[in-house]
Design a protein around this ligand. Structure first.
Ligand code: HEC
Length: 152
């Protein structure tokens, strides 16, 4: 099945499976619980991805995950340690987790970063995605570099 994401400020109704960005739409196809194709066609930037992942107003991954980022304090432990994500998962699997982890586990508390309406958010963010498609590509690129060489 192909889904369309339109990201950003959205005034209209979001059809199920639609990803909503200002002027931008991205199609994605779920294949066996993965999203094999890049959302943007542009390679992700792992350095930017790390910044977006840590940013409390963006990925905020540290709220729930330990990551190999010792310079940041207070790593959450609600979710698994992400230090070996790049060994454990392909980019296609990681992309699925970030776009909409509820496809894999309907009960997860991990936010759906690109599908509005699946995660409880403040009213002013209703209908907006937490990340842009390029943010997701950047974080996927960063996670694929995590191969477990780090130890806390
Ligand atoms: C509110 C808590 C929360 C936040 C925020 C969150 N996650 Fe998760 N994440 C989880 C939980 C819980 C799981 C365990 C699997 C499940 O619930 O389906 C998980 C699973 C994962 C997995 C699979 C790991 C494994 O070993 O199975 C990856 C990869 C992941 N998250 C990446 C991220 C990234 C990257 C971010 C930030 C962009 C993020 N998560 C933000 C809660 C969170």
């Amino acid at each position: 099945m192909t889904y369309r994401i339109i990201v950003g400020a959205l005034t209209g109704i979001v059809v199920s499976g639609a990803l909503v960005t200002g002027t931008m739409a991205a199609d994605y196809k779920i294949v066996d619980g993965t999203i094999p194709q890049s959302l943007t066609g542009k390679a992700g930037d792992p350095v930017q991805g790390k910044k977006t992942a840590v940013n409390r107003k963006k990925g905020n991954c540290l709220a729930c995950h330990v990551m190999p980022i010792p310079e940041e304090q207070f790593h959450g432990e609600v979710g698994p340690d992400l230090g070996e994500s790049g060994s454990n998962y392909s980019a296609a699997e990681l992309r699925m987790r970030l776009v909409d982890p509820k496809v894999l586990n309907p009960d997860t508390i991990m936010p759906a970063f690109l599908v509005p309406g699946k995660t409880a958010v403040l009213k002013k963010f209703a209908g907006k995605t937490i990340l842009s498609p390029q943010d997701v590509e950047d974080i996927v690129a960063y996670l694929t570099t995590l191969k477990g060489s780090y130890s806390k």
